[in-house]
Design a protein around this ligand. Sequence first.
Ligand SMILES: *Cc1c(COP(=O)(O)O)cnc(C)c1O
Length: 383
Amino acid sequence: MAVPFYLHDLDPEAADAVAEVIASPFLTSGKVGREVEDRLRDFFGIEHALLVNSWTNGAVATLLALGVGPGDEVIVPAMTFIASANVAGLVGARPVFVDVDPETLLVRPEAVAAAVTPRTRAVIPVHLYGRMCDLPGLRAALAPRDDIAIIEDAAHCFEGLRDGDPPGRHAEAAIFSFYATKNVTCGEGGAVITRDPELAARLARTRLHGMSELAIDRMRDARYQHWDMLCLGTKANLPDLLAALLPPQIARVRAQLDRREALAARYEAAFADSPLRLPGPVAGCLDARHLFCIHVPPACRDQAILALNARGIGVTVNYRAVPTLTYYREAYGYGPEDFPVSRHWGEGTLSLPLYPRLTEAQQDEVIAAVLEDVVPLAQRNLP
Ligand SMILES: *Cc1c(COP(=O)(O)O)cnc(C)c1O
């Protein structure tokens, strides 16, 4: 492929960190994981950070820790990755979708407030593509319901800010993904951060079977310590083997963001006078620039993908609206009129390569392909 959709930038020294874990007695939930949790606490300026083995399992553990389950509702945007909604169903709760803002593609606080019912227990705002939702606004719109937890889906937004605040400041918890294509990655992984000591203590158990002690603590003082099971938990702890890959990336993520920003600005300049639609600006945001998405008239989106693929350019779709997918249509009876903004964006969007290792020459190839193949398609299909 001339320009792959994504390339990670782990360096060869990353293997040394893994080798050190292999040489130690603890392959999982040991010293390395704890050190990475300390780094995350420093990075986000927050009291508690817990590594997990995926965003999804971290969110399940968080919902369990908050006691969200059958009979409860969890509000999620219709424009997101399926996992944001799936986690509600996985704990037996009902995902309640809200449409997104047509300019920013983020949830609007008023739209969330309008979807609240007596059963609402949590909201999962998604910092789509790296731009943060208005969390103080969301909290204000939810008042006086202080029994509704805000759980930020920060899978796209490790290094982003809004009005100077990182994820975790205005919510019960924020959850990151370290999946293979995310800005910080260890293949599979994630982290939950929270300011709430009680939630952190419950999470420490719900991420590990509901057990009272980690393996490393069960062996303290070189003798076996009994553990108890205090609640129902899932298996969401991150192996040290993977955690070892994270510290160098956390150290350079801000510098990498400059590179992402420069690449994104080149795309934006190249497409400024074209009929392609881009997500509109979000006031006060430092964009984590996770994905670069464009929108073409839905009638030609799939042709546009084929044209780029034919030139060896990797593209993806982030995302088709969740309630339009078969499971959600069948399980909840959603139809074509529901969530029109998310549906329309999802039917016309495609994501271009954007990662620090993308060279300008490669990016120029992508830009030329878009201008030569995709723009004419878009022009012919304009409504
Ligand atoms: C990747 C992603 C997730 C899921 O992350 P995993 O670590 O793969 O579970 C959730 N939400 C969004 C918005 C994502 O992009």
